[in-house]
Design a protein. Sequence first.
Length: 265
Amino acid sequence: MQDLRPHLDGILLDAMSLARQAGAVHMRYFRGNELDITAKLNDADIVTAADKAAERLIIDSIRRKYPDHSILSEESGETVQAPGFRWVIDPLDGTTNFSQGLPIFSVSIGVEYEGRPVVGVVYDAYLDEMFHAVEGAGAFLNGNPIHCAEKSSLDHAVVSTGFPVDKGETPDNNLDNVSRIMPRVRGLRRLGSAAMDMCYVAAGFLDGYWELNLHRWDVSAAMLIVNEAGGSCTEFRTDRNISLVAASPAIHDMLLPLISTRPAQ
């Protein structure tokens, strides 16, 4: 296997720099009057001028410095170049929060090599919190090592979830899982940014998280961060894009049996 570390250290620094620059874009628009909100699939699935401006900044920079790397980004789709490296970008994860003026949102930049995540960066500009990981080197928050929580009891756990954008059009909308899990845990949260949910699992702020119908740009960076923090990630459905559980190992094994692997009827 090719030794990637000489490449990954530089890529990490560039990804962190781009995340900070995108975060600065977020803050210029946040709680402002120039969001230019438009709907995509439906009124629950929106994009703002901040999403587009942050994405443009990131993609333009990658194309200049890494012209042979592929790019997958939420708003622009995929551009395939040479085999090997692919950048997976969510320029603004938590757009609904952002559009409402709620301060839970992030930029997520993952870098994959031959399909596996090797660099992950998630940056929350409002709190100035930078999560990062490199394959095999641990996970960090603002440069300090982080680890998943060590709880071993589900009734002491605080977990989070989310709901798919087609939640009003199908009964397969996660409410069945919520009804099973909520009575069994200390607390259930819905933060609105999958990347932040997963990074909070990595840091031990949350004990577990699950969600249906995510996409690669939502999870590529954060899955690596969770895994490098000692957590476990499992995709529990194959028919709803990426549907996964991310949690500390003990809580993961307690949550997974409670989550439906079949469409709700």
